[in-house]
Design a protein around this ligand. Structure first.
Ligand code: FES
Ligand code: FES
Length: 150
């Protein structure tokens, strides 16, 4: 029974080692902020942080996590970069339907934590794996710049 550290809290999980983290979060732990989109690491809706790095939880087996710390959309607002990104998202009303935005915020927060002054190319590279069917890409880019300034 692995113990996962999620948003600073320990969670004992009973599941097979090949179960993806996304299913553990949503179905076993009731943390439904992280979304299922494609299930094949192509859309970014399921993005979480693993030791601060943005990863696709739909393709991350439970057995591969080890002792690395997991941060989800439920906890990212407690990190400095996550708080800045969430404020920017509200200030600029980045969201449209909202479905992709938990994943967008997780990728943007990981970027800002690693690079406090990202340029357009940095933003494009960090956000390339997060799709938005509503097309909020322009506001996402502005939101990241707004957060970097703030
Ligand atoms: S649901 Fe994981 S990348 Fe689409
Ligand atoms: S805001 Fe609707 S999918 Fe991105």
């Amino acid at each position: 029974m692995p113990t996962l550290t999620i948003n600073g809290e320990a969670h004992d999980v009973t599941a097979e080692a090949d179960v993806p983290l996304l299913w553990v979060l949503r179905d076993l732990l009731g943390m439904t902020g992280t979304k299922f989109g494609c299930g094949i690491a192509q859309c970014g809706a399921c993005t979480v942080h693993l030791d601060g790095e943005a990863v696709r939880s739909c393709q991350l087996p439970l057995g591969a996590i080890g002792t690395r710390r997991i941060t989800t959309i439920e906890g990212v607002g407690k990190t400095p970069a996550g708080a800045k990104i969430q404020k920017a998202w509200l200030d600029l009303e980045v969201m449209q339907c909202g479905y992709c935005q938990a994943g967008q915020i997780m990728s943007a927060s990981a970027l800002l934590a690693a690079n406090p002054a990202p340029q357009d190319a940095d933003i494009d590279a960090a956000m390339a794996g997060n799709l938005c069917r509503c097309g909020t890409y322009v506001r996402i880019r502005e939101g990241i710049k707004h957060a970097a300034r703030g």
